[in-house]
Design a protein around this ligand. Sequence first.
Ligand code: NAD
Ligand code: SER
Length: 315
Amino acid sequence: MEKILVIGCSGQIGSELTLELRKMYGDSNVIATDIRPAPPDIADSGPFEILDVLDEAKLRLIVEHEHITRIYHLAAILSGNAEKRPLPSWEINMRSLMNVLELAREMKLDKLFWPSSIAVFGPTTPQMNTPQYTIMEPNTVYGISKLAGERWIEYYYEKYGVDTRSLRYPGLISYKTEAGGGTTDYAVEIFYDAIKQNDYECFLSSETALPMMFMPDAIKATIDVMEADSSRLSLHSSYNMAGISCTPHMLAEQIKKHIPDFEITYKPDFRQVIADSWPNSIDDSVAQKDWGLAYQYDLPRMTEVMIDKIRKKIG
Ligand code: NAD
Ligand code: SER
């Protein structure tokens, strides 16, 4: 029986992934942790503890005491916020990963999940249909930390046999929990503002194409890569994931099909430079071939569900 530890359960991904893992493994077998309180459905459905992932002693205590076999390490400072506080963000993103990798090595944990990002690419990377293997010269604190993390997880696999599974998530779009301070957050905010006030001021320019993904597809891919037989995996760094490539203009046009009066204006801020350094679209053929990556949601279907769910949520 697996015993799972989720670190960062209160965030955009953790707040949904934790509940899926509890369905799979049983509520009491998934220990949820975060540095801030958990949403009520997580706090009420199973074990939750406050944990600062930099507190190595407490992390070790939980892993030992709860007989943890797998860790999903989701805690990080995302791209926009990391640019505001470079050194503390580097410390959180990197030291947390090293704490988890070392514990996994020492305690011979079964598997880890640690997400990477499209932020591992940079301005010198080919931007269209970005391949799995290509030039990677990220120029953000967040992107540098994700690329370094990818190198470390592969190192721990090759030297110590620590089996970390990882996906280069695109920008994630979801309705349950607000986005955590990234460059792709506009694609979540736009839905709330469209429904609340019929307009949105976008912090990226209208034609900024970025890869995006609806949360149910991201959760399914996360579970699928964790469940995949290791013999199917041709790499032990992180898999490209394409999702839906779209611009703010394209997203706004989809929203107008449901909210005809919706107006979008553009006021690019510091995140424009970050977005300009990331791919427009991604080639995820290696993930498709290795473990069967597939998606259920295109732009129209995702937009329809987002609007429906947020309308019900905010009334
Ligand atoms: P988020 O910011 O919404 O959630 C991160 C969680 O980590 C938060 O609940 C936060 O309280 C917690 N946390 C921060 N510092 C902590 C610490 N010191 N100890 C314990 N917990 C701490 O982020 P998210 O969007 O859920 O992202 C989760 C992971 O996925 C991150 O590694 C992120 O880089 C990656 N990712 C996210 C996206 C996306 O679009 N959301 C895209 C690519 C990669
Ligand atoms: N959504 C994330 C960000 O913008 C990408 O990793 O930071």
